[in-house]
Design a protein around this ligand. Structure first.
Ligand code: DX5
Ligand code: ZN
Length: 218
């Protein structure tokens, strides 16, 4: 199976981010997933553009920024300037997704839309043709280490069916509870990118690498 691995540094050792980035860089076809939380859209706080900018200085890898914030329009420019390669905002965080898509594309970075578990896939059907990435949240956003919500698989399948039917080519990324038990079914449902937080950083690195290789051989 062909897929991209996007480890989320939310579960990494923040006292050694450059060491953690090397672990990600050593994985074939990988991105760094950067979870930005504002304490309002989600009940947790993480980091802002300064942190992203400083790790940009030590890495060339693709930066996949996931904004879990209110008023994402206020931050898109700052994350572009900090070195983001893709910026994803939540459909629940705006009434004007087309405006945000246009704004993000004007910076020349890839644009994604994320949807929370309870948000129906139909809500994003009208805008799918304008997107580079759809981020399906398979846990409620805000924290790593939560259990994968099984109905997410059906949402992935329906988005993948729509993509096929309309000849579109955005990537489907899946975020939350991705691990040895869930990854294969997520890929079979149609995902292209696996975001991995706790599974990637809280397990033995060699075991994680072996599992990813094994999955690629299937
Ligand atoms: C949750 C974040 C995720 C998180 C995933 O709000 O968007 O990216 O880091 O963590 P795991 O893989 O542990 O569920
Ligand atoms: Zn995320």
């Amino acid at each position: 199976m062909k897929f991209t691995i996007a480890p989320s540094i939310l579960s990494a050792d923040f006292s050694d981010l450059s060491g953690e980035l090397k672990k990600i860089n050593a994985i074939y076809d990988s991105w760094v997933h950067l979870d930005v939380m504002d304490g309002h859209f989600v009940p947790n706080l993480t980091f802002g553009p300064c942190v992203v900018k400083s790790i940009r200085n030590v890495s060339d890898i693709f930066f996949d920024v996931h904004l879990m914030v209110e008023y994402p329009e206020n931050l898109i420019g700052a994350f572009y300037n900090s070195g983001a390669n893709a910026i994803t905002f939540h459909i629940e965080s705006t009434h004007f997704p087309m405006r945000l898509i246009k704004m993000t594309k004007e910076f020349g970075v890839r644009v994604g839309v994320a949807l929370n578990p309870a948000t129906p896939v139909e809500q994003i059907f009208p805008i799918l043709e304008f997107l580079d990435i759809v981020l399906v949240m398979s846990v409620e956003p805000g924290f790593s280490g939560q259990k994968f919500i099984p109905f997410s698989l059906e949402k992935i399948r329906r988005i993948a069916d729509f993509r096929k039917k309309h000849g579109l080519n955005f990537l489907i990324s899946v975020d939350g509870g991705v691990n040895e038990e869930t990854a294969k079914n997520i890929l079979l449902a149609g995902a292209d990118v696996l975001v991995m937080g706790s599974y990637f950083f809280k397990n033995d690195y060699n075991r994680v690498v072996k599992f990813i290789e094994h999955l690629r051989e299937k």
